[in-house]
Design a protein around this ligand. Structure first.
Ligand code: DNO
Length: 347
């Protein structure tokens, strides 16, 4: 297992030195943020990012994310050209030594929460999701803001985009996903990269948009399209675990050969389609983190792991979900779980 930490670049209040000082940390997970989705990432930007990480004593082997342009998800006329661009970016990342590329195939929006700073009894705050509140949210009124998103749209742009999705079904999205995988998986193989799709977060439809990467059934279908190890998944425990229907340890077991990257975080399910993000330890939420880690270790997992969203603690201000302190505590806890699971197995 290689422990990593997400870093949002020079504008991130968390510095590379902060990351380096977390025990057990080996690398960053990052991206080129100043190239618009759909365009090929300049080799110079990729190389500069790698150099910055390495100068700080950290590896740069995981990209999160190379965003998939909406035209690709919509299967629009420009999709083939944009997929070619995507493949070219993969080839350049491969040249720079990147091993894993995380991406998602969620229409229009990335992850969604109803509250970014729900107050907890202990004075910390964190992200939460209440379906009832989401049903009353209007994605077009400009109030949606999720600072972890890699891209955002202007109000007019968003309205036009949403209307193009109106008649699209899950099957349409699968068809376009298949066309994407057919080109991208061979390109990734050539570049020495394993693709790792992030599950839809939350793993159910929002705002009437189709969502297809929601659990074991989605992964089975995806592997039927192409079962190359380069066609992989990001096992995001918090996203999958938001639905009580997903047994995350069982998913880790079934798809072990297709898991190059894991986001390990806990959530507390507070009702049907309602959850709050908690500290990482099992005792704090609904997920048995040790069981998940033990399953990964038993299946010989040697990929990349990162702590995921943390709460805001100790008065920290920053990008919701992506502060330093709680994620660092999470990393230390997870490193301990892996050590225990590995030693238990070696006995
Ligand atoms: C949220 C993240 C996601 C993830 C993308 C991958 O905090 O896990 O935004 O990076 O869905 O493309």
């Amino acid at each position: 297992m290689k422990m990593t930490f997400r870093w949002y670049g020079d504008n991130d209040p968390v510095t590379l030195l902060n990351i380096r000082q977390i025990p057990g940390m080996t690398g960053i997970v990052s991206a080129v943020y100043d190239t618009p989705p759909g365009e090929v990432w300049p080799q110079a930007s990729i190389d500069a990012l790698k150099k910055k990480a390495e100068d700080a004593g950290l590896a740069f082997e995981v990209v999160e994310s190379v965003p998939v342009h909406e035209e690709i998800k919509l299967g629009g006329p420009d999709a083939p050209r944009l997929i070619e661009n995507y493949c070219e970016t993969l080839s350049r990342l491969g040249k720079a030594g990147v091993k894993v590329v995380c991406y998602n195939f969620m229409p229009v929006f990335d992850w969604l929460r109803s509250t970014l700073d729900e107050q907890h009894d202990d004075g910390s705050n964190g992200l939460s999701y209440i379906e009832e509140q989401v049903l009353h949210m209007n994605p077009l009124d400009g109030s949606l803001s999720l600072p972890g998103w890699d891209e955002s749209y202007g109000a007019g742009e968003l309205k036009a985009l949403m209307s193009r999705w109106q008649d699209k079904t899950q099957e349409d999205l699968w068809k376009n996903f298949e066309a994407f995988l057919n080109k991208v998986v061979p390109a990734a193989e050539q570049a020495g990269i394993r693709m790792a799709i992030h599950p839809d977060d939350p793993p159910w439809g929002i705002f009437g948009l189709p969502r297809i990467i929601t659990g074991a059934g989605s992964y089975r279908r995806m592997m039927e399209i192409n079962d190359s190890p380069a066609n992989g998944i990001t096992l995001c425990t918090g996203s999958l675990g938001a639905s009580g229907e997903n047994d995350v340890a069982a998913i880790a077991d079934e798809f072990a050969e297709h898991i190059p990257f894991v986001h390990l975080r806990n959530i507390l399910r507070t009702g049907d389609r309602c959850f709050k993000e908690t500290a990482h330890p099992s005792a704090c939420g609904s997920l048995d983190m040790y069981k998940i880690v033990k399953t990964l270790v038993r299946r010989g997992f040697d990929g990349y792991v990162r702590p995921d969203h943390g709460r805001m603690i100790w008065g920290e201000q920053g990008r919701p979900g992506y502060g330093l302190y709680d994620r660092a505590l999470g990393a230390a806890y997870l490193t301990g779980l892996f050590e225990a699971a590995q030693k238990e197995q070696d006995v």
